[in-house]
Design a protein around this ligand. Structure first.
Ligand code: UN1
Length: 502
């Protein structure tokens, strides 16, 4: 299938990357075969400061460019992504280990958010509100916010940055990106592409978008920089717990998209053919490495004897291997640490009385340095503390239930609250699940799985999933500041609440 390092280097050169690939301390590997792809130099604290300062200067100019012209930059970027979709997806596959169709889907998600943002650039509307005073008008105005720091994870190395960047740019903000230290090459490619497009738009100031490769020290420097008005961070709940108080201490704004422990309930009236396909994609797809991956399955005891054997059979047929190969559905885990976490979760599951199907490591020809596993189904006697944790691997814990209300209670009894689903043909069950006493997640679906959301809706979760909302609907409001304006066009000065004074 070819040398991953040579392929990555060629792709990066084609994107016009000028950052040296053999300059330093940050070793980048392909999860496909463990090959070293590059040694980047980590950004220093001084570089972070200078980059944020340049972004702040760019913001001061960009905020006065009419929003539809800002949208023009994003429109052109979306066009560039359309032209380079296949190549960018190839690089995503090499650096993150995603299979081709999912890598292409990730780039499509970038294109979709660009289209959305272009439309948005002619909206960004505020309300007009009835005033209690005669000849007064109340209104809301949305203004650009400042520098938006974006921290992304390896599993969606480019789409999550695009969600943030497309919106931030039309909202009049500048963006400074710290990609995952595991996937900085795709970030360099995206940056080079956006820089080329920005160079051709006279209104786009230098420094409007920047990328800072490096590890957690770079993230901390961004977190603590008072000129970073909004820090949008995607990663584990532990990362969010570290970042949020630091940003709050300087009265900055945070948008957190953290871990999930996503559940699905399969009721007696579920269409089991659909449920089966949805479960396999959500739980085993992306090798279980989405924040929306399905991790907990609650099956009604009347359908479990039918559904479980079918699931075991489907899991056994999944082709695990080099994600560049046709027919492969399950690529590698990201690295040795992910494999160790997978192994220890399975050991703990077995100690908790779990019955494991699959989960063994798979050796893939020509990919000795990669960590490949067969997705695991684990029949659990109950929701133990292990099941309450997010293990970023293809492990699906399966439990049975008798009463829907009890299943919903169990579903909600974990720290996270990102994505959820119910499979049912019963209107009452569906509405209960979507109601105030139903799923407590930011995403609640009916007859589709937990993963693979479209960009049109707001994306994010509650509780330890962080509370932030990205992408569609009114998520743009996080990237702007709101001013409430009261305008008096009378010749009097009536005070609100009937107060009289001077
Ligand atoms: C993530 O895993 O961090 O809904 C984002 C989904 C994708 C995005 C996932 N559209 O699965």
């Amino acid at each position: 299938m070819g040398n991953t390092a040579a392929q990555a280097r060629k792709l990066l050169a084609d994107f016009g990357n000028t950052v040296p690939l053999e300059a330093g301390d940050l070793a980048v590997h392909s999860p496909i075969d463990g090959a070293r792809l590059a040694n980047l130099r980590s950004s220093t604290p001084t570089e972070v400061e200078a980059t944020v300062a340049a972004a702040q200067a760019a913001f001061l100019a960009w905020r006065m460019v009419p929003a539809p012209r800002r949208g023009e930059l994003v429109r052109r970027f979306g066009e560039a992504l359309r032209r380079h979709k296949v190549e960018l997806a190839e690089l995503v596959t090499i650096e993150s280990g995603k299979i081709r169709t999912e890598a292409l889907g990730e780039v499509q998600e970038m294109i979709d958010i660009c289209d959305f943002a272009v439309g948005l650039s002619r909206q960004l509307y505020g309300l007009t509100i009835a005033s209690e005073r005669p000849r007064h008008r109340l209104m809301e105005t949305w203004h650009p916010l400042g520098v938006c720091g974006v921290i992304t994870a390896f599993n969606f190395p480019v789409a999550v940055w695009a969600w943030n960047t497309a919106l931030a740019l039309v909202c009049g903000d500048a963006v400074v990106w710290k990609p995952s230290e595991k996937t900085p090459l795709t970030a360099l490619a995206c940056h080079a592409l956006l820089a080329t497009v920005a160079d051709e738009l006279p209104e786009a100031p230098a420094g409007l978008s920047a990328v800072l490769p490096g590890g957690s020290a770079v993230g901390t420097a961004l977190t603590d920089n008072p000129e970073v008005a909004l820090l949008s961070a995607t990663g584990s709940s532990a990362m969010g717990r570290a970042v949020a108080p630091r940003v709050a201490a300087r009265f900055g704004r945070c948008l957190l998209e953290l871990g999930g422990n996503n559940g699905m309930i399969v009721t007696p009236t579920a269409d089991l053919d659909l449920a089966l396909r949805a479960i396999v994609f959500a739980a085993a797809g992306t090798a279980g490495q989405r924040c929306t991956s399905l991790r907990r399955l609650f099956v009604h005891e009347s359908v479990a004897p039918v559904l479980l054997p079918r699931l075991v059979h489907a899991y056994a047929s999944l082709v695990v291997g080099d994600p560049r190969r046709d027919g492969v559905l399950i690529g590698p885990l990201i690295d040795a640490a992910a494999f160790a976490a997978h192994q220890s979760a399975l050991l703990a599951a077995s100690a908790d009385g779990g019955r494991i199907h699959g989960g063994e490591s798979v050796s893939v020809q020509g990919a000795v340095g990669g960590f490949y596993v067969r997705p695991a189904l684990v029949e659990m006697p109950r929701q133990t503390s292990l099941v309450s944790q997010e293990t970023f691997a293809p492990i699906l814990y399966v439990m049975t239930y008798r009463e829907l209300v009890a299943a919903i209670e169990l579903h909600n009894a974990v720290p996270q609250g990102l994505a959820s689903a119910i499979f049912t043909s019963d209107l009452r069950e569906m509405e209960l699940f979507l109601s105030a006493c139903g799923s407590d997640c930011g995403i609640a679906n009916v007859n589709i799985g937990t993963s693979g959301a479209e960009i049109g809706g707001a994306f994010g979760g509650e509780k330890a999933s962080g509370g932030g909302r990205e992408a569609g609907s009114d998520a743009w409001k996080s990237y702007m500041r709101r001013a409430t304006n009261t305008i008096n066009y009378s010749r009097e000065l009536p005070l609100a609440q009937g107060v009289t004074f001077f």
